[in-house]
Design a protein around this ligand. Sequence first.
Ligand code: OAD
Length: 246
Amino acid sequence: MSVAIPQELVERLAAAHRVAVLTGAGISAESGIPTFRDALTGLWARYDPQELATPEGFARNPKLVWEWYAARRASIAGVQPNPGHAALAALEKRFEQFTLVTQNIDSLHQRAGSREVVELHGNIARVKCSIEQIIVSDFPADESPPRCPCGAFLRPDVVWFGEMLPAEALAKAEAAAEQCEVFLSIGTSAQVYPAAELPLRALSAGATVVEINPERTALSRHVHFALQGSAGAILPQLLQELRRVA
Ligand code: OAD
């Protein structure tokens, strides 16, 4: 289904030199990866985030947590990027400065061809030592969880609730939000901080802020343009409109 894209938005985007984008689980939904907060299909509707996405949950039951992430890693490996990811990779080439910030851990932006991706919540493909925090690539596949040479358990390199975001990634994301002329918030419920603060920073700094989401979110009433629909349909359409004018 096509959504009317306001001409004013296309013109502002065509005139922009610096664009920042924040994506969330919604952009990967059309690839078949469940989101977190959908009332029926969301991961957090079916699983307890306190048990699976906190350092305390991992300390209580490392085997359960390791195996849950191993299953997610395997299912993510079987999916493909969708037209929304592809359109963002194509958009990157059109702007002097284009910062794609994602809360996703699935590498689908990179697989679609985006070159510069700022990962705020880590990446499920990587594994790190739960004590030393260093990335470990060689470990026994049959242990659950395997151990680091230092003796501590290994864990996925993702950010859990209560943990700090990678400082360098967050700093890059904040700078991009403050410097951009157009900010796109795509497929995120805008509930998890500090990521949810990025579009608000962009607004305060004077950027045009656009939301792409089939549902209204906590951010919707603040943005200049709320495009209600799926990222896989709207982003290719936006790219096409942009190609028509610039
Ligand atoms: P959520 O599950 O909270 O939100 C997903 C959003 O995507 C919702 O607003 C949906 O309406 C929207 N959506 C669904 N299908 C879409 C589509 N086809 N196109 C565009 N939008 C669509 O996921 P996030 O906002 O990404 O963090 O959640 C943020 C963080 O909370 C995650 O990174 C994760 C989670 O707990 C950690 O695990 C630390």
